[in-house]
Design a protein around this ligand. Structure first.
Ligand SMILES: C[S@@+](CC[C@H](N)C(=O)[O-])C[C@H]1O[C@@H](n2cnc3c(N)ncnc32)[C@H](O)[C@@H]1O
Ligand SMILES: Nc1nc2[nH]cc(C(=O)O)c2c(=O)[nH]1
Ligand code: SF4
Ligand SMILES: [Mg+2]
Length: 242
C-alpha cells in the first residue's frame, strides 16, 4: 500500500473556510506543495521547517489515528496541505473514509488533477491571485473544472479566491467570470500569519472583512458571490492544529 506524507491530523474542529464553513470536521494535512505562496499560512508544509515531523502513513494508519483522536465525534474529514493533489495514494484514503460513512472535503489550488477528485464530497479549488506571486495555469484549471462539471453527481466543486488587494480582487472577478456556474467565494487574506497577538489580528481581519464586503457590494460583476473571513482565525488566531 502506498504511503501518504502527513504533517498533521487534528480535530474535531470546524471548517473555517469556504463552501462548508462551520461544518464539524477532522483535518488531515499532507506535506509538500508545488507552489510557494508569498503569504502561505501553512508554509511549514513545504519550506523544510517541519521536515522531521513528516510521517509516511498508509490510509489505514490515518483512519486509525483519526478514530483514536476523534472517537465517534466526527463524520467529516477535510484533507488539506500543502497540496494533497500531488499524492495519488489519497484515493485509497477517500475510499476508506467513505466505507466508514465519513464525508470527505479537499482543499487544493487547482494546479494538478487526480482521478480521485471525482469522489470528493466538498471540493474547494483555490486559484492564487497576484499577491501570492504564483502564476495560474488556466489550461490546467479549465481542464479540472471541465472534468468536474461534466460529472452528473451530487458533489459540486467551489472556487475560493483569497484577496489581499485591488489587483487580487480584479483577479477574483476574472476567475468568477470564467467559471460563472461554479459557486464562488472570496476570502479575507491574513497578512500576519506569525503574530500571537490575537486581539490585534482579529480586529485587523474584521476590518479587512468589511473592506472586502464593501468591494463586493459595490461591484455588479460580483452579485452571485459569498464573502467570508477565515472563521478559525477569528476564533483562534494563528494557532496551529485547530
Ligand atoms: C494552506 S492552503 C492548503 C491547500 C492548497 N494548497 C490551497 O492553497 O488551496 C488552504 C487554504 O488556505 C488559504 N490561505 C493560505 N494562506 C492564507 C492567508 N495568509 N490568508 C488567507 N487564506 C490563506 C489558501 O488560499 C487555501 O484556500
Ligand atoms: N478550522 C480550520 N479550517 C480550515 N479550513 C481550511 C484550512 C486549511 O488550512 O486548509 C483550515 C484549518 O487549518 N483549520
Ligand atoms: S498553494 Fe496552498 S499550501 Fe501551497 S503555498 Fe499556496 S497556500 Fe500554501
Ligand atoms: Mg489553514
Amino acid at each position: 500500500m502506498a504511503n501518504i506524507p502527513v504533517l498533521e491530523i487534528f480535530g474535531p474542529t470546524i471548517q473555517g473556510e469556504g463552501m462548508v464553513v462551520g461544518r464539524k470536521t477532522m483535518f488531515v494535512r499532507t506535506a509538500g506543495c508545488d507552489y510557494s505562496c508569498a503569504w502561505c499560512d501553512s508554509a511549514f508544509t513545504w519550506d523544510g521547517s517541519a521536515k522531521d515531523d513528516i510521517r509516511q502513513l498508509s490510509a489505514h494508519e490515518i483512519w486509525s489515528e483519526l478514530t483514536q483522536i476523534g472517537g465517534k465525534k466526527f463524520d467529516h474529514v477535510t484533507i488539506s496541505g500543502g497540496n494533497p493533489a500531488l499524492i495519488r495514494a489519497i484515493g485509497e484514503l477517500v475510499e476508506l473514509l467513505h466505507e466508514n460513512g465519513v464525508k470527505v472535503a479537499l482543499e487544493t489550488q487547482g494546479s494538478r488533477w487526480q482521478d480521485w477528485f471525482e469522489q470528493i464530497d466538498d471540493l474547494t479549488i483555490s486559484p492564487k491571485p497576484p499577491s501570492s506571486r504564483m502564476e495560474t495555469n488556466f489550461d490546467v484549471l479549465d481542464d479540472i473544472i471541465t472534468r468536474l462539471s461534466s460529472k452528473a453527481r451530487e458533489m459540486a466543486p467551489s472556487l475560493k479566491v483569497v484577496v489581499f488587494n485591488e489587483e487580487d480582487f480584479h483577479y477574483a472577478k476574472e476567475v468568477h467570470a470564467r467559471y460563472p456556474d461554479i459557486p464562488f467565494f472570496v476570502q479575507v487574506g491574513n497578512e500576519d500569519v506569525h503574530t500571537s497577538d490575537d486581539g490585534e489580528l482579529i480586529s485587523t481581519l474584521l476590518r479587512k472583512y468589511e473592506d472586502l464586503i464593501d468591494r463586493v457590494v459595490e461591484d455588479e460583476m460580483m452579485n452571485d458571490v459569498r464573502v467570508l473571513p477565515q472563521l478559525h482565525a477569528l476564533v483562534w488566531g494563528n494557532k496551529r492544529g485547530v
